[in-house]
Design a protein around this ligand. Sequence first.
Ligand code: CTP
Length: 392
Amino acid sequence: MTLKNKNILLGITGGIACYKILELCSRLKKQGCNLKIIMTEASMKFINPLSFETMGKCEVYTDIFKTSHENVWHIELPKWADVFLIAPLSANTMAKMANGIADNFLTASFLACDKDVIVAPSMNTNMLNNEASQNNIRILKERNVKFIDCNSGLLACNTKGDGRLKEPYEIVDYLENYFTKKDLLGKKIIVTAGATIEPIDYVRYITNHSSGKMGYNIAKQARNRGADVVLISGNANPFEIEGIKKIDIKTNEQLKNAIDDQFDNCDCLIMAAAPCDYKPVKTYDKKLKKNGSNLNIEMTENIDILKYFGAKKKDQMIIGFAAETDDLIENAKKKLVKKNADYIIANDLKNENAGFAVDTNQISIISKEKIKRYPVLSKKDTADIILDLVGD
Ligand code: CTP
């Protein structure tokens, strides 16, 4: 886990979005972070420090004058931290930070901090757009403060616009990205994910059970490791991934064309998608009506996309998958040769830890030289193992 044992100094300022920080604390603790929390007086009007002590399993610091003989805490806490995260950041505290005002525990700690500072602002749209706030943002960015920009949507003041605090999972995602070593910087990677669908008529189609989870995890980890990622997604249960280019496709033909547009200047193609092997010979542009007899749909073999790019590749690395119910390694080896891939990631669909829609996988990596088997791992850790092949 990327965030395990990271020391996060969390500053909380006054705003209704404070309630989301309880969930953030819970998520960070589950990732194995160590927390220490500083609250401003205004934030304590919204939530009692006891709630954060309980969720963060840590000390909450509120009073700069309550110091000890050994430690001056607004100096010591930034020394302890790997990063200082301030969320939510109010317009008022932002203005103090931009002007070097150190009138409470949080602002004094900020001034004393020589570690990276990440802020997640939250405020009313007009307050955010006010020239004074915009100027403060500019000043802080120039001083290398990192911003987790606000979301847009319905605000507590009943208006719609920019100013919503990013969701706790998005803040965790930002931190994971921040702490990941950028060893794939300069690599352009195409990742495909999810199932393609092939239409039968205006309302019906054929597809398969692929959830897209493996491909999305690869895309996210590739982004975290600094790669330039293009995610081409079929039918999937996707989660949003900021900072990557995502192209939605439906059919094999569209998937092939979308890859083709990017292929010449990519370093690697990772085919985690599950394209349909067959498609109806004929499709109908209106809804087929029932007529009391059987419906026979004649199917024809669909384009094998991996094989197509295996034949086309020059310097690109190609990584394919083999989803099998029988003779896993034998079939995977055949696919390696037939599709001219550099690696095939084999997974046994009958293994309950490795099938569709689960969060784990158990893979074997097959290359011309060797076969390497791995234990059951999360799809995120599996993604990292696959991406290590690109970094080699
Ligand atoms: N693949 C592809 N185009 C297809 C079918 C599969 O590009 N029409 C890719 C998949 O994305 C995967 C690899 O080929 O990376 C192997 O897919 P898999 O479904 O395991 O095997 P198939 O090639 O479809 O062969 P079979 O169904 O006979 O096992």
